[in-house]
Design a binder for this molecule. Sequence first.
Ligand code: ARG
Length: 465
Amino acid sequence: MSETTALWSGRFAEKPETQAFAFQSSITVDKRLAQDDIRGSRVHVAMLEKQGLIPPETAAALDKELLAIAEELENGSLHIDPSAEDIHSFIEGELTRRLGDAGRAVHAGRSRNDQVAVDFRLYLKRTIPALCDETRETVIVLLDKAEQYAEAIMPGYTHLQRAQPVTLGFHLAAWACGLKRDRERFFDALNRLDECPLGAGALAGSGLPLDRATTAKRLGFKRPTLNAMDSVADRDFVLELASAAAITQTHLSRFCEDIVIWASEEFKFIDLSEKWSTGSSIMPQKKNPDFAELIRGKAGRTTGNLVALLTLVKGLPYAYNKDLQEDKESLFDSLDTVALCLRMFRGMIGSAAFNTERMADACCGGFLEATDAADYLVRKGLPFRKAHEATALVVRDCIDAGQRRVVDRTLEQLKERSPLFDADVYDMLAPLACVRARKTLGGAAPDEARRQIAELRKDIENVPS
Ligand code: ARG
């Protein structure tokens, strides 16, 4: 510890042990909250003055100095002391160093417990919208690609086995749906955390006549929190955001898994830009989808942070405990990770080219048209289970004969399995015809997928409330 004196030193005859003090300090992490801490203090000071709790000269001096500190931090002329205990102590220490007793007046009616709670919420309200923008931009890139490839047929998979033909546009729109909901989850959490804990004090409110409603309003919160103990003990807003981040990253990990598979020689559906690929130090031929792998891998980190946070809060007695200081590092890391990965993902997918021929070829073989063959029989009046059986037998016939498609059978052969098969079946089982037929709401038909894309475009411009 340097010359900084802890805010609580009056109680102690002995100085803290250097390593012990450093261990419990959080300045390296919560220095991010500096501007929010200053904002909270300025509003607190104004409220203290309004309530007659500090004289106008003191309030004016405090406000001026808080503003100066904010500017100096911003322009780099003031450095945060890494040996300070936390950001709250540092700023209050600066005020006292500069103003003497006026600086000592700022903490009336407040505790670091409600201070950190309000700082954290202000920080999140200030920064999460940028993360939502990253999500929106990523969705837009996906939708642009989806539109470009609205007619590009490819196999749709279940169990990673060819299932039914879809289009790349439809597949990318499916990804966009997930990210759109992720964005809404962030806004949802923001909406719920939009209550001001300042004035909750250590845990039980204050005996001083504070005006919490004014504080809340001036800090831009919807309202003050209801219960002082909950205000300082609660971290469910952190859990919600860590969860939203983990879900977003989990989505990205799945998209990236698709990309890694598509980039393989076996699939060759996607051609990642060389700018977004890496090589091998030993195998000269390699072009690796490292970015997709790394984004996929970082889901471990965001899941880890969520589990760490849930574990941190689990079983904590009410109200504040120092354990809670650990919450910021995990959430900052999750939010940073997701923002960065969204940007990386966008660059990678936006610059990728798709091999439409390979994708179309992959729709032939694997009997992706089998459901459509069964549906054909249903349209002719056969109960679905019977149609399924008849088509399954056709598939078996094909396999026995070394054929790869239902349409490789002659009409005579098809009729052996169901007399309802007619010559028109051949046109209907072409992969593009199968996709075009899927016009149900939410289906893969190109026009329907275009409608979904248009709807997603509209949604993603909205700020959900
Ligand atoms: N640095 C602390 C945190 O992040 C601030 C609150 C400290 N409160 C206390 N009672 N020691 O949680």
